[in-house]
Design a protein around this ligand. Structure first.
Ligand SMILES: NC(=O)c1ccc[n+]([C@@H]2O[C@H](COP(=O)([O-])OP(=O)(O)OC[C@H]3O[C@@H](n4cnc5c(N)ncnc54)[C@H](OP(=O)(O)O)[C@@H]3O)[C@@H](O)[C@H]2O)c1
Length: 251
């Protein structure tokens, strides 16, 4: 049986990815901080699908987190780098520790996990990596500056490694959701922003779009018609207008 790792699997999109993988009979390693939630999810997926599920209750924003995951799960066929969070607020007022955690989780751990599992996948001539970015990665985000920049990194990084991997049997897919109903807005203190007061997609359909795109080996998946317009608008709009619009969405 094939093995998949999902980070941030204790809720939201990560939980939906775990359900899709289990239904396709992947053995799972699920990582997040909330060990109790992971155990409950693992028990349900084992019962329902007869797959093996290992839980990795750990903080993925700590140094060496990717190495710890690799030590516990030496090989995988599917890696879903999903864990991430945002912080809504003026950059100079956000606690330095929170900024560090955000960059570590959203950028560094994702990069190091990709580096950890890619060589094995290439050696075996097959593998799927799904990196969860955001439509936020297509434009600068005043009042969520670090998050938008981190997701721009994830898009650029994923597309570059996808290109390096072409023809090897390994694919790297970048999923760019727009606002989605998960625990994300609450954690980011962004529930009252315009971004989350307009259309909010449901987590199951966003995860399914990403999952299918990953299985088909697509480089980039942007679920939802209005979200597909974001990269285009970001390229064509005058910069000042783009920044104003972006600021109004999250301020
Ligand atoms: N929801 C949206 O509107 C939206 C839009 C675009 C992109 N995204 C992206 O989608 C991904 C999934 O987010 P979501 O919407 O599903 O949000 P969520 O419901 O808040 O889920 C985030 C997951 O990440 C885990 N996590 C957070 N900090 C962690 C840490 N330090 N160490 C280990 N695990 C950690 C959380 O588990 P624990 O708290 O148990 O650790 C949880 O399982 C993120 O990369 C996010 O940036 C979300």
């Amino acid at each position: 049986m094939s093995r998949a790792i999902v980070t941030g699997a204790s809720g939201g999109l990560g939980l939906e990815f775990a359900k899709l993988l289990a239904a396709d009979r992947y053995d799972l390693a699920l990582a997040a901080r909330s060990g109790d939630k992971l155990e409950a999810i693992a028990a349900e997926l084992r019962d329902r699908h007869g797959v093996s599920v290992e839980t990795l209750a750990m903080d993925l924003s700590g140094p060496g987190a990717a190495a710890d995951v690799l030590a516990r799960v030496p090989e995988c066929d599917v890696l879903i780098n999903n864990a991430g969070f945002a912080t809504n607020g003026r950059f100079d007022e956000i606690a330095e520790e929170r900024i560090r955690e955000e960059v570590m989780l959203d950028v560094l751990t994702l990069t190091e996990l990709t580096r950890a599992y890619l060589p094995g996948m290439r050696a075996r001539g097959s593998g799927r990596i799904l990196n969860v970015a955001s439509t936020a990665g297509f434009l600068p985000g005043p009042f969520m500056a670090v998050y938008y920049a981190a997701k721009a990194y994830v898009i650029s990084f994923s597309q570059a490694v996808a290109e390096e991997s072409r023809g090897t049997g390994v694919t790297v897919t970048c999923l760019c959701p727009g606002a989605t109903a998960t625990g994300f807005a609450d954690r980011a203190n962004a529930k009252e922003t315009l971004l989350f007061k307009r259309h909010v997609a449901d987590a199951a359909s966003v995860a399914l779009a990403g999952y299918r795109g990953m299985m088909r080996g697509r480089d980039l998946v942007i679920p939802g018609i209005s979200n597909k317009l974001v990269p285009l608008a970001a390229r064509l709009s005058p910069r000042r207008l783009l920044l104003w619009f972006s600021r109004k969405s999250v301020e």
